[in-house]
Design a protein around this ligand. Structure first.
Ligand code: UDX
Length: 461
């Protein structure tokens, strides 16, 4: 049993606090938000995450997990302090470190015994060194501390499982003993532990997220080409994925990535590279393709419906991915805005994200379920691949719609079946509904028109 304080009980913090308590440690969750702490004490979670409430309740009842707004109380017994505060996107994509700075100062001013400070927030490379400097400047009397970087790799919706069964734990520090102490905390997780220096650990996090985002933009680029050439990206991805060097993960084409990490981290990495005189061309392309995927949903609707002014479009799903109510940088928000700017009425349904959506999606009308959403719509757009959308009674959906038009932004339906049912159906990168020009098969490579790398006239991409 170790004494741990977790500073910041947002997404990463609450999961970290709950899981370390569940592993038998004594954990104090600390946050400056009175409201968050008051709610947690009453058993109200700050986020929606499957299994979290049970785990928090269980560990609170066992006395291993408590919550406070006081640094004195949080650091009373602590040997380890996890910094899990938010690092929102600042100007130009640079991460905003205000909260990291404030919590480092508060820890420095309050600590009364040696501490191991572990940073879990995604922070620019070099932040660990910066935190050490700030702490040294703000300690009333020098007390030994070490800073360790331990980036989180939690996916929303499976954060508890990701924490408890990680693919790896990354620890970076200039103080090897401190890194070893933190490694011991993670031993029950039985995952490989990579011990390295601070900056390398910080970079591993950015590089991992940028690589995953690159895979998504890569398959989206392939999807766009598939669409032009009459191939099916789902089968292309499947065929590629059996190659062990490639694998099947993160090859789902559609409206692209959103959420609190990928968009922000790719931008921040690109910003860091540019500040240091590098030209991160690939990262720029990854972001550009991702933005284009959102626009494509609207372009497809325009193709199918003509002028969007006065049309009613229903969004199936709002959260940036299933099993979460998170709308941060969700494709649904950009798509709704684009549709509204073209004069369309936007309606939406999401199994859990509608409460949040009321505040961030002005002018959008919400339906109580997918069938209610379909009522009177000129088109539906699948934006989030919630399981409940995969098994809808499509004849009922069709009967409710004004026009049976579906743009499937997550490729969850079978194109042939949808067309047989009488839907006008467009997926992303699936040959069956390829652009008409795909039908003009090129008999041989020699006879293919030379484009000099330019997009042929009239092409969407
Ligand atoms: C991600 C990382 O996976 C996690 O390790 C990191 O620490 C935080 O960021 P998360 O943002 O929860 O986690 O979502 P993730 O499941 O990775 O999906 C991100 C986005 O990519 C979603 O919008 C999802 O719909 C999209 N996506 C994912 C695709 O468009 N295609 C894919 O093949 C996979």
């Amino acid at each position: 049993m170790r004494e741990i304080c977790v500073v910041g009980v947002g997404y990463v913090g609450i999961v970290t606090a709950a899981c370390f308590a569940d592993l038998g440690n004594r954990v104090v969750g600390l946050d400056i938000s009175e409201e968050k702490i008051k709610n947690l004490k009453k058993g109200i979670m700050p986020i929606y995450e499957p299994g979290l409430k049970d785990m928090v309740d269980r560990n609170m009842s066992a006395g291993r997990l408590v919550f406070t707004t006081s640094y004195e109380e949080g650091l009373k017994e602590a040997d380890f302090v996890f910094i899990c505060v938010g690092t929102p996107e600042g100007v130009d994509g640079e991460a905003d470190l205000q909260y990291v700075r404030e919590s480092a100062i508060a820890v420095a001013e309050t600590m009364h015994k040696p501490l191991t400070i572990i940073n879990k927030s995604t922070v620019p490379v070099g932040t660990g060194d910066w935190v050490s400097d700030i702490m040294r400047q703000h300690q009333p009397t020098p007390i030994k501390f070490s800073v360790v970087s331990c980036p989180e790799f939690l996916r929303e919706g499976s954060a508890l499982a990701d924490f408890l069964n990680p693919d790896r734990t990354v620890l970076g520090s200039l103080d090897r003993e401190a890194a070893n102490r933190v490694a011991e905390l993670h031993l029950p997780l039985r995952a490989p532990i990579v011990v390295t220096d601070l900056r390398t650990a910080e970079m591993i996090k950015y590089a991992s997220n940028a690589f995953l985002a690159t895979r998504i933009s890569f398959i989206n680029e392939i999807a766009n080409i598939c669409e032009a050439l009459g191939a099916d990206v789902k089968e292309v991805a499947q065929g590629m994925g059996y190659d062990k060097r490639i694998g099947h993960y993160f090859l789902d084409a559609g409206v692209g990535y959103g959420g609190s990490c990928f968009p922000k981290d790719v931008k921040a990495l690109s910003y860091m590279a540019q500040v240091h005189g590098r030209h991160p061309q690939l990262l720029h392309a990854v972001m550009e393709i991702n933005n284009y995927q959102r626009r494509q949903a609207v372009l497809k609707l325009r193709d199918l419906l003509g002028n969007l002014s006065g049309k009613t479009v229903g969004l199936l799903g709002l959260a940036f991915k299933p099993n979460t109510d998170d709308l941060r940088d969700a494709p649904s928000i950009s798509i709704a805005r684009m549709l509204q700017s073209e004069g369309a009425s936007v309606r939406a349904y999401d199994p859990v994200a509608m409460d949040h959506a009321q505040n961030v999606m002005p002018g959008v009308a919400f339906a109580k379920d997918a069938y209610g959403l379909a009522e009177g719509c000129d088109a539906l757009v699948v934006v989030t691949d919630w399981n409940e959308f995969k098994q809808l009674d499509m004849s009922r959906v069709k009967a409710a719609m004004k026009q049976p038009v579906v743009v499937d932004g997550r490729n969850i339906y079978n194109p042939e079946r949808m067309q047989q049912m009488g839907f006008t159906y467009q997926a992303f990168g699936r040959g069956i509904n390829a652009h008409p020009r795909a039908a003009q098969a090129w008999p041989s490579a020699e006879s293919a028109p030379a484009t000099d790398g330019k997009v042929p006239e009239g092409a969407d991409d």
